[in-house]
Each structure stands twice: as C-alpha cells, then as structure tokens.
Write a protein that binds this ligand. Structure first.
Ligand code: SF4
Ligand code: SF4
Length: 203
C-alpha cells in the first residue's frame, strides 16, 4: 500500500499469476481498499486474476473508483498488457487534488479485533438505516448476522480475533459501494507510519 501512495506514479501494474484463486480475490479487494484509503487516482492494470477477480475490478470501476482499472487473464500476452497500461496512462488525467477519504468518526461504534491486530468497526447509528446490509451478505466466512437492524458477530469476540474474521475486507469494500459507508477496517502494518485511512494502533 505504501508504495502505491508515493508521488510520481503514473500507473500501477499488478501481476499475480500462479496464486490460488481465493487469494487473488482477496488481493483484488485489498487493491480496492488501498485506492479508497489513499484516494489514489492512477490507472491500474491487473494480470493473472480469475474471472471473479476481474469482475470485481469492473464492479469497483462501475461503482465509482476514479481511475480506470482493467484486468486481464493469464492468456493475454505481456506485450498486449504493457501496451494497454501505456494507453491508459496516456489517456487518463488524474484529478489535481483528489479529496482525501473522509475520516471515520462513528457515532455508535461496534468493534472487534482481528487476527493480525486490526480492528473492524461498524457504526451502528449508520447501519440502522442501511437497506442493503451488504457487509452481512458478503462476509466470506459468514460470521455476521443482522440483529435489531444492525450487523453483529454471530461468533464470540475471541473467535473473531483468533481468525474467525479472515480480514477479507469484503464487508468494508461492499459497504463502500452498496451500503451506507458505516464500516471501516484498520489494519496495522508493521514499520509503516499512519497512512491515510490505515490507522496504526499503538495499544
Ligand atoms: S453495509 Fe455498511 S452501513 Fe450497511 S450495515 Fe453493513 S457496515 Fe453498516
Ligand atoms: S473482514 Fe471479511 S471476514 Fe471479517 S467481518 Fe469483514 S467480511 Fe467478514
């Protein structure tokens, strides 16, 4: 994520061939979250994902990420992919000062810890009026349920922290596009200062 936020980057090429499809899907969500957190505005070309992965990028683009994202399969030649990225970079003009992602200031936070020391928080004040409850629908290990109109764990806090929450990022990414934007995940990354939405917890 850090290198993505450095200045002077015109485009981003993500290759991932040979990785299991589930991991591909997770890294696709990670990429989308990085773009949201950092308000990144450069074209992305991703190679090696599966069909689901590619679909998720198309969906992200359609739902409002500013810069173009294109995904290609392993059968597309390296030359073709390089040409595509060059075309994207040359034909895209990023916003001069993309607005930063709004800070997350929950009125009614419901939080749980994750296995790497991160935190998932849902603002129940916002969730209550969310029609989609997209977080619950999309949670890969299905550890969330709707109770009294808000998302809560259907496992214990301890179980969530021991890996019940896989940090798949699905709840936050889908909440951003389909929900009321009441969900946020903070994952500390060792050695990195606080970058954008990625708060580092000191406790
Ligand atoms: S999708 Fe977002 S706003 Fe809606 S219930 Fe889930 S966390 Fe709350
Ligand atoms: S990060 Fe993934 S596993 Fe954890 S609560 Fe959200 S959707 Fe579920």
């Amino acid at each position: 994520m850090h290198h993505l936020s450095q200045r002077g980057i015109d485009g981003y090429y993500a290759g991932g061939s040979g990785v299991a499809s589930r991991e591909q899907f997770h890294s696709a969500r990670g990429l989308v979250k990085a773009f949201m957190d950092q308000s990144l505005d450069v074209p992305v070309l991703r190679v090696g994902g599966n069909a689901e992965d590619q679909a998720s990028h198309s969906a992200a683009r359609e739902r409002g990420l500013p810069a173009p994202i294109e995904a290609y399969g392993r059968d597309d030649s390296p030359d073709f992919c390089v040409d595509r990225l060059q075309t994207l970079v040359e034909s895209y003009t990023p916003a001069e000062n993309p607005p930063p992602r709004p800070p997350f200031a929950p009125q009614e936070p419901y939080s749980f810890a994750t296995v790497t020391g991160g935190t998932v928080t849902y603002d129940h004040a916002v969730c209550r009026t969310c029609a989609s409850k997209a977080c619950v629908q999309t949670c890969v290990p299905q550890i969330l349920s709707v109770v009294n109109d808000v998302p809560v764990l259907n496992i214990s806090l301890e179980q969530a922290k021991k890996g019940g929450c896989t940090e798949c990022l699905a709840c936050e990414v889908e909440c951003h596009f389909l929900g009321n934007r009441g969900g946020r995940i903070f994952l500390p990354i060792s050695g990195l200062p606080d970058v954008g939405g990625n708060h580092v917890h000191s406790d």
